[in-house]
Design a protein around this ligand. Structure first.
Ligand code: 5GP
Ligand code: ZN
Length: 111
C-alpha cells in the first residue's frame, strides 16, 4: 500500500520520532505550523475516523492515553488536538492521524 505514514511506521521513510509503543507512533510534522507540531498515528492503516469501529477503537484509546503523557512536559500551558477527517476537512494524508499543536497561543476558530 502506498501510504506515507505506513512507510514512516515501517521506518522506510525517516521521521523524527518522539514516542512509540505497540499500537501508536508519534513523530514531528514535516511542516510545523506551531513550535510544537506532532502527529500521532495508529500502527495499522486506518484511512480516517470514518473507518473506526469496535474492532480497531483500542488504537484510538491508546492514542488518547498517550497524548497527555507526550504533551504534558512540552506543552505545559496547553495544547490542541486536531483531526482533519475527510475531504471537507482538507485531510491530505489518508492514514488516520491526530495533530498535537502547542508552544504558542493558538487562534480560534480554526476555519
Ligand atoms: P492533514 O492535512 O492530512 O490533516 O495533515 C497531514 C500532515 O502530515 C501535514 O501537516 C503534513 O505536513 C504532514 N506530513 C505530510 N507528509 C509528511 C512526511 O513525510 N513526514 C512528516 N513527518 N509529516 C508529513
Ligand atoms: Zn497507512
Amino acid at each position: 500500500m502506498d501510504c506515507i505514514f505506513c512507510k514512516i511506521i515501517q521506518k522506510e521513510i525517516k521521521s523524527e520520532i518522539i514516542f512509540e509503543d505497540d499500537l501508536t507512533l508519534c513523530f514531528k510534522d514535516l511542516k510545523p505550523v506551531s513550535p510544537v507540531h506532532l502527529l500521532i498515528v495508529p500502527k495499522i492503516h486506518i484511512t480516517s475516523l470514518f473507518e473506526v469501529d469496535k474492532n480497531n477503537s483500542h488504537y484510538i484509546s491508546k492514542i488518547f492515553e498517550n497524548i497527555p503523557k507526550i504533551s504534558m512536559d512540552i506543552c505545559e500551558n496547553g495544547f490542541r488536538v486536531v483531526n482533519n477527517n475527510g475531504e471537507d476537512a482538507l485531510q491530505s494524508v489518508e492514514h488516520l492521524h491526530f495533530h498535537i499543536l502547542g508552544g504558542r497561543q493558538l487562534g480560534w476558530p480554526p476555519c
